[in-house]
Design a protein around this ligand. Sequence first.
Ligand code: ZN
Length: 156
Amino acid sequence: MFCRNCGQKIEDGMMFCPNCGTKAAFERMSAPAPEPEPAPEPEPAPEPEPEPRPVRISDPAPVYTKGTNGLAVAGFICSFFFPFVGLVLSIIGLSIADTGYQKPMRGLAIAGIIISAVLLVLRVALGALIGSLILPHIRELFESLFSYLNTVIRAA
Ligand SMILES: [Zn+2]
């Protein structure tokens, strides 16, 4: 602290000013408490920039130039009887579903794809199963046929 009379620096703990003898304790008591450092004002969080509102451009009303997506319908029906044809037609039908059909029949096309795919797999699996069951018998049949022919030829 400093002497309030002459301004001399007074060490802490000293009772009197070493220069002029003024009581230091008095000054100390009356000295205004050091003002607490003002807490730094918290910087205000930068306000987030308001997102520019996307200008809403209303989609132009879809123009339906075609009626029903017949390919999707055909693919769906074919999927039950001719799975391969049904699969191809349904895939094409789905791919053209968004080209301006009033009734795009997307669900029907997807159903046709699933049904024909499942039936194709089943058909292949069934074919393999039947083949594995029948083939040995066909071989037996041929073997007995050959042995029969052999006996016929020898007898001749
Ligand atoms: Zn002094």
